[in-house]
Design a binder for this molecule. Structure first.
Ligand code: NDP
Ligand code: PMR
Length: 400
């Protein structure tokens, strides 16, 4: 069954951007229509044959697999002696479906959170919240279109006017356009995936930082959802096209596809790469926030990979065969699958669990759903790049 699924998936995947992997084909072998280097092939073979070797491996050829040894730091002192008498206020972007909605539900069910669903489609969000049974006293919908910086500013303005304190901000929304042949653009003319997933969230979190600072909540947090596919120290992160920000020349040029490339590294448009690049930006941004503001503000800055939630709307633009086979591939072959409900509980832990207050961390979960502090790839943990990304992003969104 597993191998059957694998070969069907191969057919689905090989239709997608094969031209991109030509350069690397000489040195690599072909797997499911995508090329991977030999050490990774060995790793994947053992996954397919059910060997436990993959789970135990920490170093695989030149690529470091994810470590499962670290345990989260338990920062009890931050919690002790402080009793919360009010509900926490958490903003979750893109909470009208998938991970964001499941997280909103998990938090709302505790009765300890007022969840603000920051969504581009007000009615959809309202209906989605009701359909999963979130009680109306535990949520509010506010309009936010991350593909428009004006909308981001308007949202921040509206939120400030509401007079609510902000205790946790979760940057979760994203678009993934793997089959797009040509780039599409945000209101200000940035390539849509990086414009929405990175630049929209960058401006949002910068403008809300003061509100987080002012919160008197015992544990204030800024969480940005990252992904394994942006981390090239993993097998998933080595499926072409790989994330690579290069020297950020495309971003510096405004990602507009006219006088600059629509891609951060200045290359030719590739929707799948643009998404993965945007996730690298998300993970770099979290670390740069940590370096600049953690000590001064006490805010916890974190990112995470919640697992492969293979049935969400994220894959809506992918070809139908991919959408059909991807869940089974993740369940039975990679074993990276996680349900929306479980992923929501994971993100809810990062929002509210007293044992996950460490800042600057990229959280992941093992097969038994235990959280651990994961290692980011070389690029996604490059402090110089994070600094440069911050400075360029500031200019691009009009903050500097
Ligand atoms: P979904 O498509 O279900 O959720 C994405 C959400 O983002 C939707 O609510 C969508 O709104 C919203 N959104 C998209 N564009 C905008 C915009 N311009 N302004 C405001 N909101 C917008 O996907 P997931 O739940 O899977 O994705 C959530 C996060 O999880 C993303 O950051 C993704 O990168 C990350 N992730 C997902 C994984 C997976 O396996 N699915 C794995 C690793 C990370 P609407 O409902 O209106 O379309
Ligand atoms: Mg991947 C342990 C192996 C693993 C995991 C955890 C994922 C997660 N993937 C793995 C392996 C592979 N994937 C392999 C070996 C292949 C080649 C057959 C493969 C292919 C593949 C494709 C074509 N995978 C994908 C795609 C997508 O279009 C998804 C993507 O890249 O979205 C950006 C995807 C994903 N694989 C994952 C996860 C979590 C995703 C999607 C979500 C994301 O990163 O946000």
């Amino acid at each position: 069954m597993a191998l059957q699924t694998a070969s069907l998936l191969q057919a689905a995947i090989s239709t997608h951007k094969e031209r991109k992997s030509n350069a690397s084909l000489k040195e690599t072998s072909s797997l499911f229509g995508v090329s991977v280097s030999d050490p990774l092939r060995v790793e994947f073979d053992s996954l397919v044959t059910g060997s436990k070797q993959f789970k135990r491996k920490v170093s695989v050829g030149p690529i470091r697999a994810q470590t499962t040894t670290a345990t989260p730091a338990f920062n009890q002192s931050a919690q002790e002696g402080k009793k919360t008498i009010r509900k926490g206020n958490v903003i979750i972007t893109g909470a009208s479906s998938g991970l964001g909605l499941a997280t909103a539900k998990a938090l709302a069910e505790t009765g300890k959170w007022d969840v603000i669903l920051a969504c581009r489609n007000f009615l959809k969000a309202e209906r989605a919240a009701k359909s999963v049974g979130i009680a109306k006293e535990n949520f509010t919908v506010m309009h936010l279109d991350l593909a428009s910086l004006d909308s981001v500013r308007q949202f921040v303005d509206n939120f400030k006017r509401s007079g609510k304190p902000l205790d946790v901000l979760v940057c979760n929304a994203a678009v993934y356009l793997p089959t797009a042949k040509e780039p599409t653009f945000t209101a200000e003319g940035f390539e849509l995936s990086v414009g929405t997933n990175h630049l929209g969230h960058f401006l949002l979190s910068r403008l809300l930082l003061d509100d987080l600072k002012q919160s008197d909540y015992p544990s204030k947090r800024l969480i940005i959802v990252g992904s394994i596919t942006g981390n090239t120290n993993t097998l998933a992160g080595n499926v072409p096209p790989k994330a690579n920000l290069g020297d950020l020349r495309g971003l510096a040029g405004g990602l507009n596809g006219l006088n600059s490339s629509p891609m951060i590294d200045g290359g030719e448009f590739d929707g799948a790469k643009a998404y993965k690049d945007s996730k690298v930006c998300n993970m770099l941004t979290m670390q740069e926030f940590h370096r600049r503001y953690h000590e001064e503000t006490g805010i916890t800055f974190a990112s995470l990979y919640p697992g492969c939630i293979a049935e969400t709307g994220l894959f809506r633009e992918h070809i139908p065969l991919f959408r059909l086979l991807f869940p089974a591939f993740q369940k039975y072959i990679t074993r990276g699958y996680v349900s929306e409900e479980e992923a929501g509980k994971r993100l809810a832990q990062v929002v509210s669990n007293p044992s996950l207050t460490k800042s600057g961390v990229y959280w992941s979960w093992n097969q038994s759903s235990a959280s651990f502090e994961n290692q980011l790839s070389k690029e996604a943990s490059d402090a110089k790049k994070a600094h440069k990304l911050w400075e360029i992003s500031e200019k691009v969104v009009g903050l500097a």
